[in-house]
Ligand binder design. Structure first.
Ligand code: SF4
Ligand code: SF4
Length: 79
């Protein structure tokens, strides 16, 4: 695990409206919009898979309840 991977996010594709607000606030730029559409015709946000610092800004920026969840890595397991 890289030292920058202090957290990770899970995005529920069908709850995301593809507004892009989470992408705007993410300092390490580890979110992007998917190439495909969800079942409602939106391009959902996706996590690139590494580099999240667990800051939670994307969670607070998101207007769609439940669309994005942020988790802190257990740093005791990082060694
Ligand atoms: S928790 Fe912070 S670093 Fe991680 S994806 Fe969200 S905004 Fe980016
Ligand atoms: S996860 Fe939330 S803030 Fe990010 S694109 Fe989807 S609806 Fe917008």
């Amino acid at each position: 695990m890289k030292t920058s991977d202090l957290g990770f996010v899970e995005i529920s594709p069908d709850l995301c409206k593809g507004c892009g607000l989470c992408l705007e606030v993410c300092v390490p730029r580890v979110l992007e919009l998917a190439g495909g559409l969800n079942r409602f015709g939106y391009r959902p946000a996706v996590y690139l898979g590494q580099g999240c610092n667990g800051c939670g800004l994307c969670f607070y920026a998101c207007p769609e309840p439940g669309a994005i969840q942020v988790f802190k890595q257990d740093r005791r397991r990082a060694a």
